[in-house]
Write a protein that binds this ligand. Structure first.
Ligand code: NDP
Length: 327
């Protein structure tokens, strides 16, 4: 819901290509996509730190990093991220790590006066039974999906912190809520991955080994929306240069497919010709998750990369990197 106490008077415009830009989480799926996009757009002073170099849960280290580097712009794409299995097995980590990462980064960015900051949340912030497609105004109107409520609460706290900074300090910081993302650099680990990379890995391994069947979790009926990470990165820069406001902005394609449809498409793309079985004892998660992207369209941006086109290049990337990707 828009905050009528928002104090910011700011007209967005082109960012300074020479301005120092910190991409938090620059080695992850989203962060690496944003890094590529910023480089392609001519930004010359990009900075990033791996979690081994700078643990964003370490408040003193984060403040020291900001004091030393003084970025003008920040995208916060560092987070503990995972699929249903990881979220429901480690809810404490998803709540505690994400709260600490974002509070540390946002507090340190405030102290050093970062001019423009984009906080990334997730579509799981919305109620489990929110009307579809999900409009930004659905935030905090109902119960969350229990399999990822801890993660969602952390992300909701982040949106509120962005709004609070705007209200209390007048800085034009913004939030974006991406739908399910995929693409080069994704996490294909069997334990930590989201549905789409998990399916790519499963079907590709089945195709390579000559397996006759593949078993997926759930019924295959939930509907999901998928956005290519290069589109996501383009949308992030677009929002930083063309949008300002306290409300989070949904980022998606505006159309969805069933898990069964996406599984069939992936099977076709990787060349798997066997049978697909569904383990209906396993949870489905939210029945439908389609974002209303009219606010983003109003800000002048729509997705460009079609699902099949995006899958072909993602499968190729996976095959090229299968021996070196994170496990
Ligand atoms: P990834 O897991 O691919 O990347 C996360 C990044 O966060 C990694 O680069 C990692 O650094 C960094 N990180 C994690 N913990 C720490 C830490 N303690 N200190 C420093 N860095 C840390 O995630 P995504 O790129 O997929 O997600 C990025 C953002 O986008 C998240 O906020 C997520 O909620 C959001 N999002 C993602 C979606 C998706 O489908 N993937 C969907 C919706 C939202 P390192 O590699 O160095 O360990």
């Amino acid at each position: 819901m828009a905050d009528d106490r928002d104090q910011v008077e700011f007209i967005p415009g082109a960012l300074d290509r020479a301005g120092r830009f910190y991409v938090a989480g620059h080695r992850g799926l989203v962060g690496s996509g944003i890094w590529r996009r910023l480089e392609a757009e001519g930004f010359t002073d990009l900075i990033g730190r791996s979690s081994a170099e700078l643990d964003l849960k370490d408040r003193d280290a984060v403040f020291a990093f900001f004091a030393e580097t003084k970025p003008r712009y920040v995208v916060l794409a560092a987070a503990k991220v995972g699929g249903i299995l990881a979220n429901s097995t480690f809810p404490v980590d998803f709540l505690s790590d994400n709260l600490r990462i974002q509070v540390n980064v946002l507090d340190a960015a405030l102290k050093c006066g970062v001019e423009r900051l984009l906080f990334l949340g997730s579509s799981c912030i919305y109620p489990r039974l929110a009307p579809q497609p999900i409009h930004e105004d659905s935030l905090l109107t109902g119960y969350l999906e229990p399999t990822n409520d801890a993660y969602a609460i952390a992300k909701i706290a982040g949106i509120l912190q962005i709004q609070a900074v705007r209200r209390q300090y007048g800085l034009p910081w913004i939030s974006a809520m991406p739908t399910n993302l995929y693409g080069p650099g994704d996490n294909f680990s069997p334990k930590g991955s989201h549905v789409l990379p998990a399916l790519i890995r499963r079907y590709d391994e089945a195709a390579q080994s000559g397996a006759t069947s593949v078993t997926n979790w759930g019924t295959g009926t939930p509907r999901r929306e998928f956005l290519h990470v290069d589109d996501m990165a383009a949308a992030c820069l677009h929002l930083l240069e063309h949008y300002d406001g306290p409300d989070q902005v949904n980022v998606g394609t505006g159309s969805d497919v069933t898990i069964r449809e996406i599984a069939d498409t992936i099977a076709r793309v990787v060349g798997f010709t066997g049978e697909t079985l569904w383990d209906t004892e396993k949870p489905d998660g939210t029945p439908q998750k389609l974002l209303d992207v009219s606010k983003l369209a109003h800000a002048g941006w729509t997705a460009q990369i079609g699902l099949e086109e995006g899958l072909v290049s993602t499968v190729q990337w996976y095959r090229d990197h299968v021996t070196t990707i994170r496990q």
